[in-house]
Design a protein around this ligand. Structure first.
Ligand SMILES: [Ca+2]
Length: 473
């Protein structure tokens, strides 16, 4: 009796405090928190849950078992366009960031007029933090705080930039990647717009990024938040902490991935400890495929053909695990998804407004995440990693046509004979069906032509290096 009275008393107080019953009912539920954990150059085949035989990723495997694991989720062939797409929901060709990557001396970047996920969520009252690799421009106007983030802590570009040692031969350079030392790569670690460490101590960077992320989660446990946690690893050169030295049967690359896995576990444990897990959507994914030239220190695209920088599946298809206990149930999604879909998906889940004054290339995946039907996405456009906007291939449902010969970083060349693959039956792109199915090839050509009409030429931000030093990823 006493309990019942006490509860009623609280309810009465709530009604008095808010004016009326209807206004209590009208109070919006707190929107969910979002966390994106992005690996760099981690291949499609490099997690236990995606079939790797020796890399042990128990935390990510548990996350996949509890959440929704996507088998046809796409990013871009290299870092900068991938991150531009993830942030804006727009193909990188629309923001001038297709066809290569930015360098420390590039004067271009993601234009402040672009609207990022962080800006969309900030307008809905979210606290926002970017931790880790940015790679969307290093001049002050391009840093995360000018793109909707309240704070930034990280290496602002790839961990192999700012190389020391003067002019090196290709062989010398290769050896320095394969037997890396911190001082070979004079990359800065920044807090907001200030350099706080240089060269960044990369052996502890995965752990320190995670520490920063957990600190942000704790500080904002009582309000909606968006944490973008973009690890610099396992991009070459590979580093790991003492604790993870010789941790993996897969060698140094496995050590780096297993350290990331362990730190993903720390994030999920913090959410559980703070009882935020039922109101937080966590996505784990990668920005592009594995970096093949680095032999056993590069990752694996599993059964997919090709690697980073190519528009074969292995260059752009990445692991994607969505986790949100109580809302997302244990499942595997085999439909098409893309990092381009995150902005609209998060906006939908948050009750926020996605931009309506520009072309967006995403779909709202939230019904699929909640188990209410297959992915709404049916098409994908593959832009080459060179050439500032070369449409290399198109996928529609099962079929993919290559109109440009996929390359691993060399200049893309127009295909004399376009190639056609059925990716459901032939995920490794081994059996060219172009001669057998000219009807399908023609449909995909028409789809590519329709898409091309929506692309307006904008200033190329990649080609802003002094003396045209190139745009090698
Ligand atoms: Ca990358």
């Amino acid at each position: 009796m006493k309990m019942r009275f006490a509860v009623t008393g609280i309810l009465i107080a709530a009604f008095i405090g808010s004016g009326s019953i209807s206004s209590v009912r009208a109070q919006p539920r707190r929107p969910p928190n979002f966390i994106i954990i992005l690996a760099d150059d981690q291949g499609y085949g490099d997690l236990g849950s995606y079939g790797h035989p020796t890399i042990r990723t128990p935390n990510l495997d548990r996350m996949a078992a509890e959440g929704q694991r996507w088998t046809s989720f796409y990013a871009a062939p290299v870092c900068t366009p991938s991150r531009a797409q993830l942030m804006t929901g727009r193909l990188a060709v629309r923001t001038g960031l297709a066809g290569g990557v930015l360098f420390p001396d590039s004067t271009g970047g993601l234009q402040p007029t672009e609207i990022t996920i962080a800006e969309v969520l900030k307008a809905r009252g979210y606290a926002t933090a970017a931790v880790g690799k940015w790679h969307l421009g290093v001049l002050p106007e391009y840093l995360p705080m000018n793109q909707g983030f309240d704070s930034y802590f990280g290496i602002p570009y790839s961990n192999d930039m700012d190389q020391t040692g003067g002019t090196l031969t290709a062989d010398e350079r290769f050896r320095r990647y394969m037997d890396a030392k911190i001082e070979y790569f004079n990359v800065p670690l920044m807090r907001n717009a200030t350099i706080v460490e240089r060269p960044a101590e990369q052996t502890t960077i995965t752990k320190r990024y995670t520490d920063e992320g957990i600190q942000f989660i704790r500080a904002h446990r009582n309000q909606p938040f968006f944490l973008y946690l973009a690890h610099n690893l396992p991009h070459m050169p590979l580093f790991r902490s003492k604790e993870f030295e010789h941790h993996s049967q897969r060698g140094l690359y496995g050590d780096a991935v297993e350290e990331i896995d362990s730190n993903v576990g720390r994030i999920l444990a913090a959410l559980r400890e703070l009882k935020l897990e039922s109101n937080t959507l966590v996505l784990y994914t990668s920005d592009n495929g594995p970096w093949a030239p680095y032999l056993e220190q590069g990752g694996s695209a599993g059964l997919l053909r090709g690697a980073k920088a190519s528009t074969w599946e292995g260059g752009m298809r990445v692991p994607a695990v969505f986790w949100w206990p109580g809302t997302i149930t244990s499942s595997v999604a085999t439909g098409l998804g893309s990092e381009l879909d995150l902005l609209q998906t998060f906006a939908s889940l948050a009750g926020a407004q996605a931009p309506t004054d520009r072309v967006l290339d995403g779909y709202d995946l939230s019904p699929t995440l909640k188990g209410n039907g297959p992915s709404p996405r049916h098409s994908l456009f593959y832009y080459a990693s060179t050439g500032a906007g070369v449409l290399s291939a198109v996928r529609h449902d099962s079929f993919k046509a290559h109109f440009v010969v996929p390359t691993d970083g060399a200049a893309a060349a127009a295909a004399v004979n376009p190639q056609l693959y059925n990716l459901d039956e032939d995920p490794s792109e081994k059996f060219d069906l172009a001669a057998k199915r000219p009807d399908v090839l023609a449909e995909l050509r028409a789809l590519a032509d329709e898409h091309a009409k929506t692309v307006v030429t904008v200033k190329n931000q990649i080609a802003t290096r002094p003396q045209s030093k190139g745009s090698r990823p």
